[in-house]
Design a protein around this ligand. Sequence first.
Ligand code: NAP
Length: 360
Amino acid sequence: MNLGPVPQVVAARPRPRQPRRRGRRILAGPATGRPGPPKVALIPACIGRIIGQWAVASAEVHDMKVGFIGLGNMGAGMATNLLRAGHEMTVFNRNAEKRRPLIDLGARAAETVAQACTGEVVITMLADDSALRRVALGEDGIVDKLRQGATHISMSTVSVELTRDLTQAHEQAGQRFVAAPVFGRPEMAAAAKLYIVVAGAPAAIEFCQPLFAAMGQRTFPFGTEPAAASLVKLAGNFMIAATIETLGEALSLVGKGGIEPGTFVELLTSTLFPAPAYRIYGALISQSEFRPAGFAAPLGHKDVRLLLAAAESLRVPMPIGSLLNDRFLRLLAQGGESLDWSAISQLAAADAGLPRIGRS
Ligand code: NAP
């Protein structure tokens, strides 16, 4: 499996968020992939060039016609932020009820996937490979319905393999495809604070940047091959899941020894481990807060399975990944479907003979 050249991590400049008027339109030059207005062709070349440069620079504030598919824990907040940023939104969700809050804020309702594919961009934030494969590659799906030159931004966490299939299908259909999975839980999605990992053609990424700026605090480009973004996202989630497992084991140890887990977490996150993953999951685990699930256990298991598939394909042994797979299997086998993925930490407590972390 060749992912192309080693991606360079170049953090994009965070862009200031500006209030936008709905429906505002600007000229868009060829660099945006959109047809320029006829006036540009009728004026001298030097002025046309100046207008062209202005159009490229102004692409940042262009309000786009965007379809959004998948209004779950993450997608609801992301679509809301795009709407608030002034983009013209059409929203689709399998369970149509979830469209209601967006419609109340001014979004159009799509009754079918096809109706969400009439704009210049369609964004997907679906649960897993099977949902995205059906929505994008199925009959009357995105590839069938999106017009040539329009862009599909795939923001779900999905397999490297599916990301490749989508890259190829969109290319054959004359459409653009950008993979842009995210780091950050639903609270960060709602607050437009996501970290977005992007890969795809540079012009397509540049074109999508205003949308990323409306949903996230920072965008990290990982080259031109969309599959690279999926691999990076899976590797990152592996590290978070491993953090959850080590927190579960360490907190079970100190808890069984009579130490208050919250105090232990406070020490570690104030000194050697001040990272968000330790702070967020240290708090959830020490307080045993696994409902409602911000990131549900079946999705966590899905990510570990996709990680192991990528690792197998690249022939990279990941023994901790295998251990995590067993942890998730056990949690799900014991009825943990509706719990947050950080509930795997409780399995370490059970191994130690504790009813749960923090309770002896
Ligand atoms: P979620 O709340 O379970 O939402 C999943 C969405 O996918 C819903 O809109 C659901 O529609 C839709 N869906 C599921 N199966 C479908 C199918 N067969 N056909 C059509 N639509 C289907 O999940 P989430 O937490 O928002 O996560 C979405 C994606 O982001 C996942 O890939 C996840 O791994 C990733 N992610 C999540 C987090 C997090 O903290 N939650 C963080 C980063 C990345 P219904 O409403 O009809 O069920």
